[in-house]
Design a protein. Structure first.
Lengths: 229, 251
């Protein structure tokens, strides 16, 4: 049964899905939806995901969107996936759900609008919005601080005191990687104070390489192109 | 064995969802009231339970958990008496429920809670109303209701995702929409009127979880009555003290 992943490598949650598949030897067909050309709003794509957002998957009769739901589906449906990604232990699993839920209204809500309104909007033909960027920046900084002091507080190498990565590490680190679209000074301004966060990003990359770096190639290219403008 | 503790404020939409879920499923628990209007969620004692300072949160034995969707999923899996329809074992159904719960954060929750706060409830927390934030939130709220009407309620069943019985997603989203009850009646009707399926679904969810749904929503309806009286006698609701004082003492 064929798995199709609709997404774009410049999209944080799309990368999380595709890296997860590659790291777990899950075969899939990558269908690129070009956001800068508005393909996510086309009638054809809205048949796949009426919300007009990436990522989305089709697997047999299942059509699914929302990256966290997709990650839990893939971790559960494919037998080769190691337990640490989405443990069967209910307590560990519940904690993973809680950080994935927290992510929506915190890291995601700060990071994505900040980068869009401070840097990325022109790629979509839209103006920058310094006021929206300023509001998002507060949420981003507060979220990084919470990851440093709470989600990484235990002695483990990953979120929630884990010694191996879970889908939560993959989702949140892919979000933070989007800061690569900012110039280096700005990126250091955000990440500099948070030593545990920096180490955790490295740990996650190391645990999932070479797939992690390979999937982020498009992001680095986009960053270089924007840097030249 | 230690009883499950649920830290909640019944004025909080996700708190109500967790409490109703426990009652409907006969889950034995102790409800610990955390009064958000008195800022109790920011106390050092409560921050031991949930460092984010938000309700709801649970303690099950030594295990602490926050985020209502994570709590609902955990309770549905760990308590054997919970009927399958709440969070089915079937993987396809389960992940679809997760997708609407995920969608909820940035859509219905974001629109509804922000709109209600900035038009009505902010003074109860000592904050000013914010018409601009309310106007932006209303767009998100209306768009979300529209998506529920046209997509999430598209199937042949009475509940989200075409189901014939409620899931944790129905409970979570309906409790969110119930918060609109505290709005000025004209506003509330204006916002919800276009969505017939949504209105029916709210009623179906209420019926499927009675009498607990109504019982747990009592405090919200008391707040609604208080606010309606204040509006009808033209009181200024921007002062915290007038919001909290009962009307009989002023008459």
């Amino acid at each position: 049964m064929e798995l199709k992943v609709y997404g774009h490598r410049a999209s944080q949650p799309s990368r999380a899905i595709m890296i997860f598949c590659k790291a777990n030897n899950i075969e899939f067909e990558e269908v690129t939806i070009d956001l800068s050309k508005g393909q996510h709003k086309s009638p054809e794509y809205k048949e796949i995901n009426p919300m007009g957002q990436v990522p989305a998957i089709i697997h047999g009769e299942l059509q699914l969107f929302e990256s966290h739901a997709i990650l839990t589906y893939l971790a559960s449906a494919f037998p080769g996936v190691a337990d640490h990604w989405y443990p069967t232990d209910l307590v560990k699993r519940a904690k993973i759900h809680s950080v994935l839920d927290w992510h929506h209204s915190n890291l995601r809500r700060g990071s994505a609008p900040y980068i869009f309104n401070a840097r990325l909007a022109p790629v979509f033909g839209l103006p920058l919005n310094p006021q929206a960027a300023a509001e998002a920046e507060k949420i981003l900084i507060s979220s990084l601080s919470t990851i440093e002091s709470f989600w990484l507080q235990d002695s483990g190498t990953f979120l929630l005191g884990g010694n191996q990565p879970s889908i939560a590490d993959l989702s949140l680190v892919c979000e933070i990687m989007q800061l690569e679209l900012l110039d280096e000074n700005e990126r250091n301004r955000f990440l500099g104070p948070y030593k545990k966060v920096q180490q955790w990003i490295e740990n996650t990359k190391n645990a999932i390489n070479p797939q992690f770096d390979e999937m982020h190639g498009a992001l680095y290219q986009l960053s270089a192109k924007m840097g030249k403008q | 064995m230690m009883k499950l503790k649920v830290y909640a404020d019944r004025m909080s939409q996700p708190s109500r969802a967790v409490i109703i879920f426990c009652k409907v499923n006969g889950i034995d628990f102790e409800e610990v009231r955390i009064d958000v209007s008195k800022r109790q969620q920011l106390s050092p004692e409560f921050k031991e339970i949930n460092p984010m300072g938000k309700v709801p949160a649970i303690v099950d034995g030594r295990f602490k958990l926050f985020e209502s969707h994570a709590i609902l999923i955990y309770l549905a899996c760990v308590f054997p008496g919970v009927a399958d329809h709440w969070y089915p074992a079937d993987l396809f159904k389960r992940v679809k429920i997760q997708s609407v719960l995920d969608w909820h954060h940035s859509n219905l929750r974001r629109g509804a809670a922000t709109y209600v706060f900035n038009t009505t409830l902010a003074p109860a927390s000592g904050l000013p109303l914010n018409p601009q934030a309310a106007a932006e939130a209303e767009k998100v709220l209306s768009s979300s209701l529209s998506k529920i009407e046209s997509f999430w309620l598209k199937g042949s069943g009475r509940f989200l995702l075409g189901g014939n019985q409620p899931t944790i997603a129905d409970l979570s989203l309906v409790c969110e929409i119930m918060q609109l009850e505290v709005l000025d009646e004209y506003d509330r009707s204006r916002i919800i009127a276009p969505y017939k399926k949504v209105q029916q679904w709210i009623e179906d969810t209420r019926q499927a979880t009675r009498p607990h749904f109504d019982e747990v929503h009592k405090i919200l309806f008391k707040a609604k009555a208080r606010l309606q009286k204040q509006r009808s006698v033209g009181e200024n609701i921007e002062t915290q003290s007038s919001f909290k004082t009962t009307l009989t003492s002023k008459m």
